[in-house]
Design a protein around this ligand. Structure first.
Ligand code: ADP
Length: 485
């Protein structure tokens, strides 16, 4: 068998480990980043809005105070007005500008704009009777409200400007801390993930290495199974090892089979060689010797043919090459025909052969194959029974199965041999069996055929008393289950 191995391409970033890490980043890290940045944006907006409301309410308080104190029209209170604005600005930490109805600055807590006209949009809107608070670029919040007199006439506006940088600074600080925390979490969980993925992928890598070595022919390789952690990966490793056991078994059976076949064919071949050489090397060979040697060569060729035919039958049975044709068959007739055919063999050894069937038995079998299977058992009975013995074939059934019993009064099989007789080429007594003309394949053929019929075969035997084979097959074959085997 030629094994073509694809070169182990480096997986790099396509490896399972990187896939797991990438999944972690996509599922865990990116949504977390998105979530935190959205949270900070919302927080920022919230605090700015709160600050706007606060400044508007402050501006309203100042506006009301100006009206009550009549600061815009009472020149005598100018100092008090200045003091009030200064003090409120100092306490609030923001700048206060008061303008009259024409937009001219009448008071500025910074003193720089007094007397000038300021018509920034917020003031224009406030003079138009609309209270307004806006955040300007450059981190400044403006809040402007109208000043009205006791008769609700619009007499000016108050503008408060405050820096919003403190909000940004606070959020920035929190953001930095969260970033450090997140970074730590990401690094730690990244390390954990890295090792976790190693724990997951390492056994798979080992398995892959072992399978690669096995496909190179090192069938003795096994994956180390971690007995402590029982999970899908350890199950996979065990399944891999079981498969390796099976492969090794198949390989060793194949090797034994091939060496057995070679050995079995070598014996008749060397006999032929010896026989033919002894004729060739002699000068004047008498005709009778030619005939005798050629007869011997002929019987060796017959033996080889028999072995090859048996082997072909077995191989075909193994490969299920010959389609099975199940037919409801009269088993008593099938067995009667076998007995009739083998009677001359039995009579030649003065062996009584009998068929015992008390009732009609019909079963679904492939009659050609099944005849061969039962014939082998009866023929063995005759072969391994000494002159004057008896071979009986019983046929019986219950409502589900048909039973065939082949009983002989022959030489029997030793207890320790019983487990091996179905093996290919196995013969209990090699020299004696060769004399009987056996190939050691008959019982293997019977065994395979019975299994093919979803049945079973059992043997009991006592040395020098006899042997009994019992075959059981179902009366009906479930075609579906057969196809799925
Ligand atoms: P063979 O062609 O040699 O008979 P089988 O596969 O039919 O091969 O049988 C395997 C071996 O089992 C035989 O060689 C024989 O030693 C033993 N055996 C089979 N059937 C019997 C039997 N009825 N009585 C005694 N020994 C038997």
């Amino acid at each position: 068998m030629v094994t073509i191995l694809t070169k182990g391409k480096k997986k790099g970033f396509r490896s399972l480990r990187w896939t797991l890490l990438a999944t972690y980043i996509f599922i865990g890290f990116i949504p977390l980043l998105f979530f935190t940045s959205t949270t900070f944006r919302t927080m920022n907006k919230y605090y700015v809005e709160e600050r706007k409301k606060e400044l508007l309410s402050q501006a309203n308080v100042i506006s009301g105070h100006i009206t009550v104190m009549n600061y815009l029209f009472d020149e005598s209170k100018k100092e008090l007005f200045d003091y009030d604005i200064q003090e409120t600005s100092r306490q609030g930490g923001y700048r206060i500008i008061v303008v009259d109805s024409s937009g001219m600055v009448v008071n500025d807590s910074n003193k720089t704009e007094t007397g000038k006209t300021i018509l920034i949009p917020e003031i224009v809107e406030a003079l138009d009777n609309k209270d307004v608070a806006k955040e300007q670029a450059g981190e400044i919040i403006y809040a402007a409200v109208t000043i009205v007199d006791s008769k609700s006439n619009q007499i000016g506006a108050v503008l408060i400007s405050d820096s919003s940088s403190d909000i940004f600074d606070t959020i920035d600080d929190i953001q930095k801390q969260v970033a450090i925390l997140l970074g730590g979490v990401v690094i730690i969980s990244g390390i954990v993930m890295f090792f976790m993925s190693q724990i997951i992928t390492e056994p798979l890598k080992n398995m892959l290495d072992v399978i690669k070595k096995m496909s190179e022919g090192h069938l003795e390789q096994r994956v180390v199974v971690n007995k402590r952690s029982h999970n899908e990966i350890s199950d996979l490793a065990e399944a891999c090892n079981n498969m390796a056991d099976k492969l090794e078994q198949v390989e060793s059976t194949r090797q034994t089979f091939v060496s057995n076949v070679s050995h079995e064919l070598k014996t008749p071949l060397s006999s032929i060689k010896v026989l033919s050489e002894s004729i060739l090397l002699q000068e004047e060979v008498p005709k009778e010797m030619y005939v005798e040697f050629l007869q011997d060569i002929n019987s060796e060729v017959d033996r080889m043919t028999e072995i090859i035919n048996d082997l072909l039958t077995l191989v075909k049975l193994d490969q299920r090459e010959i389609p099975i044709k199940y037919e409801m068959t009269d088993m008593v007739k099938l067995c009667g025909d076998i007995v009739k055919r083998l009677s001359p063999l039995a009579y030649a050894k003065n062996i009584t052969i009998e068929l015992i069937a008390d009732k009609e038995v019909s079963a679904e079998v492939d009659s050609t194959k099944f005849t061969l299977a039962i014939s082998n058992l009866v023929e063995n009975g005759i072969k391994y029974t000494d002159n004057g013995g008896k071979v009986s074939l019983y046929v019986d059934c219950d409502h589900q199965n048909a039973f065939f019993k082949v009983v002989d009064t022959g030489i029997g099989i030793a207890e320790e041999e019983l487990g091996k007789i179905f093996n290919r080429f196995y013969r209990v007594d090699k020299t004696r069996d060769r004399e009987t003309g056996g190939t050691g394949l008959g019982l293997s053929i019977t065994h395979s055929t019975v299994l093919m019929h979803n049945g079973s075969i059992k043997v009991t035997s006592k040395e020098n008393e006899g042997t009994t084979f019992v075959v059981r097959i179902p009366l009906r074959q479930n075609v579906k289950s057969m196809e799925s085997i």
